[in-house]
Design a protein around this ligand. Structure first.
Ligand code: GLA
Length: 732
């Protein structure tokens, strides 16, 4: 890895073994893109990429008389001069002008990577990454801009973000500040994005790019289940096994925009950042604004390789603290077992049975606080409901601990029910416009986390409950989108900052709780997977993937999630049948076979199982304990897509390639078919692996494949849906 500055040509070359990222100062002094892709040789001067050929109807720069921004690839473009594409940023000056031009001033190159202030970001020490900060200035606006680039040594990854600083006398308004723009020289691309809704999150969709623009976005205040802030731009023939692709992952949990724009000259512009709608950030003299980070990864070896880069990078350089590279505890959660109708006795009977099965941690879900007996009341009142928990959280946690299990509980700190003591005392603490009715979501309002005093208050309440008990885990939920985003704690001129300040408030509460209680493992949740993003992973290393716990649907949800997020982050539990969301009854083996590829746990009362099923559960837990490190942190390969057939298959391989586990799920039985072969991936060609007592070479398993007849004579022909197979391979 290195970053070279060519002083004469004013070009930077960032490279590692796999990629090169080359940018340079353009003839008008701004920053332009020269190249991004496979590593190429370094050269002193690549200004031959600058196009000076005039085209009809094109505006040119008055000094050069030949250079048009429109006909050259920009690095962080503005609108208003000679570029007519979507701009990366916009500054409104005091006189109302929105024209700006940032020219190169100087730069810094250093080892390692700086943190972002109050924002989540990947981190790296001096041996892991190098950073380039290019300082640019717009003298007329009195503004400075720093574009920051980090290249990792081990990963084909560049991270980017921008910082605006007002050094002038006049106040300005930042009306758009995306984190990155990447101009690519052609348009032969598909855009893959991950869309859905509650209970069907992150389903991949692929669009062929062609002239015009595609926007993937959230304006819900959270990153959302509807669109995920992760997109892939790939060559049309690229699939999981082969081909070129780039990933763009936004390390942020609020409104976002990811835009792919193809112009009519055959080129593609990609942009990602905070959604510019309802974003206005006033900057007075001396103030600055830092955008969140985008993590750009590249591959020429297919989407499995791209996903593996994100998995490893996020496990090693994003997740922090207690969950980092640590196999996750096996959890039992009482939500689907009791909903809010529980008392201590009921809870302890669930815990007792779970302990007998080998479960390690009990999570008390919603309903333990305030007047919370259904979802119309109580949010905001973070004190134990003594009718349900006579000795509070302290009493329950010590009883759970005494039974040999760790203890955790559920919170939804960003919310308030109108029917709560907190709201009655502080109605002005909810986001709402005075004089207008505030929309409800699940009978609740959103607390104004842009106000530090609100965050302080919630911190203090939670701190009291947590510090009185023995707590190892917290599930942090967030169950509605933001509406009427107006803060009664801010002036009119600052109302455009509230969406972002809200997210910063969430991050600050997370950070304070993490610091105060470093032994607590956080799991994020937002009606399931409504806020499953890289930003959250910085604070909470795992996320409840979906409220849909039906194994057949989970196959698709977890498959889609795996494109951008590590298996260790995927909150996955076995729940009761018929499934509460779909009504489907899937065998308990299949339910576990799906949940193994995640954090694993149970979302049901094990007392309700018959003896045979309970024995199966004990075996499942023993299996997970034996293999969880491999399942959660091994190299993950998608083998067969549930979106292309009635089967799904995936596998994990240990770093030394000596162990692997593959899973095959038959979602729907098909009559009168040949069983076929399943080609594995990631094994060592020459190693002999033992599978079900038989020996096979790695190359045999990867090229000829596992015969499904050999695996089971009846996977396709029993007439039974929902069967699954999980098999362990070990080097001889
Ligand atoms: C959300 C979560 C569930 C559960 C409930 C509790 O829907 O996604 O897992 O915690 O809230 O109200």
């Amino acid at each position: 890895m290195n970053i070279i500055w060519h002083d004469r040509s004013k070009q930077f070359h960032l490279y590692n073994d796999k990629i090169s990222y080359i940018i340079g100062v353009t003839p008008v002094g701004e920053l332009g893109n020269i190249y991004f892709g496979r590593r190429i040789h370094d050269k002193e001067d690549m200004s031959y990429v600058v196009n000076r050929m005039g085209l009809a109807n094109v505006a040119v720069d008055p000094d050069t008389e030949s250079y048009s921004r429109e006909l050259n690839r920009q690095e962080y473009p503005s609108f208003g001069t000679t570029d007519f594409g979507t701009q990366a940023y916009e500054i409104e000056c005091e006189n109302g002008s929105r024209v700006s031009s940032f020219v190169y001033k100087d730069h810094e190159i250093f080892k390692g990577k700086k943190g972002l202030s109050g924002l989540p970001a990947t981190y790296a020490d001096e041996s892991e990454a190098m950073t380039l900060e290019v300082h640019l200035k717009d003298d007329l606006a009195g503004m400075c801009l720093t574009l920051s680039y980090t290249i990792f040594d081990k990963y084909p990854v560049i991270t980017r973000h921008a910082v605006f600083a007002n050094k002038g006398a006049a106040a300005v308004k930042l009306t758009r500040a995306l984190s990155m723009c990447l101009d690519l020289p052609d348009q032969d691309y598909d855009l893959m994005h991950f869309c859905g809704a509650w209970a069907r999150e992150r389903i991949p969709d692929v669009k062929r790019l062609s002239p015009g623009a595609v926007s993937i976005e959230s304006k819900r205040g959270v990153s959302s289940a509807n669109e995920n802030p992760f997109v892939i731009v790939k060559r049309p023939l690229t699939d999981d096994r082969a081909g070129e692709a780039m990933g763009f992952s936004f390390v942020y949990s609020g409104n976002f925009l990811a835009k792919a724009e193809c112009d009519t000259f055959g080129r593609t512009r990609l942009l990602m950042g905070i959604h510019p709608d309802r974003f206005t950030w006033p900057l007075d003299n001396g103030e600055s604004f830092e955008t969140p980070e985008v993590v750009i990864a590249w591959t020429s070896e297919g989407l499995n390789d791209l996903s593996q880069t994100y998995h490893a990078l996020y496990n090693n350089n994003l997740v922090r603290g207690i969950g980092k590279n640590t196999p996750r505890p096996i959890i039992i959660n009482n939500w689907e077992a009791t909903f809010m109708d529980f008392d201590e006795e009921k809870i302890l009977s669930i815990v007792k049975k779970a302990k007998e099965a080998g479960v390690e941690l009990f999570v008390l879900d919603d309903g333990w606080f305030g007047e919370r007996n259904d979802d119309t009341a109580g949010l905001g009142d973070w004190v134990e409901n003594r009718d349900k928990l006579p000795q509070g959280m302290a009493g329950l946690s010590s009883k759970v601990n005494a039974m040999g299990m760790k203890f955790g509980f559920w919170i939804e700190p960003e919310m308030v029910n109108p029917n709560s003591n907190l709201y009655r005392r502080h109605p002005e603490w909810a986001l709402s416009v005075p004089g207008r009715k505030a929309s409800l979501g699940r009978h609740q309002l959103v607390l104004d986390f842009s106000r530090p005093e609100v965050v302080d208050y919630i911190f203090e309440m939670l701190e009291k409950v947590i510090s009185g008990a023995d707590v190892s885990y917290i599930k942090w939920d967030m169950n509605r989108s933001l509406t009427e985003v107006f803060s009664q704690g801010h002036e009119a001129k600052d109302q455009g900052t509230i969406y972002h300040r809200y997210v910063m408030g969430v991050y600050s509460l997370y950070e304070r709780l993490r610091k105060a209680f470093p032994e607590i493992l956080f799991e994020s949740c937002s009606s399931g997977g409504n806020r499953y993003d890289a930003g959250m992973l910085y604070y909470a290393p795992q996320a409840w993937c979906s409220d849909n716990t039906d194994a057949m649907d989970r196959i698709m949800i977890q498959y889609g999630t795996s494109y951008g997020y590590p298996i260790s982050s995927i909150g996955a539990h076995v729940s009761a049948v018929p499934n509460q969301q779909t009504g489907r009854s899937v065998p308990i083996k299949t339910r576990a076979d799906v949940a193994y590829f995640g954090t694993f746990g149970y979302e049901l009362d094990l007392n309700t199982l018959d003896d045979g099923e309970f024995e199966e559960v004990k075996e499942q837990i023993a299996f997970m304990k034996k293999y969880r490190e491999l399942l959660q942190f091994g190299r993950f390969y998608r083998l067969r897509s549930p979106f292309e057939s009635d089967q799904c298959a995936w596998m994990v391989v240990s770093e030394d390639k000596k162990k692997a586990i593959f899973a095959l799920y038959c979602m729907r039985s098909n009559v009168n078919q040949l069983p076929g072969f399943l080609k594995l991936q990631g094994l060592d060609d020459d190693t002999v692996y033992v599978l079900r007592g038989e020996e096979y070479y790695g190359d045999e398993l990867m090229n000829l494949g596992v015969t499904l007849t050999g695996l089971s004579s009846n996977i396709l022909t029993t007439g039974q849906d929902y069967l699954s197979y999980v098999e362990v391979l070990e080097a001889k």
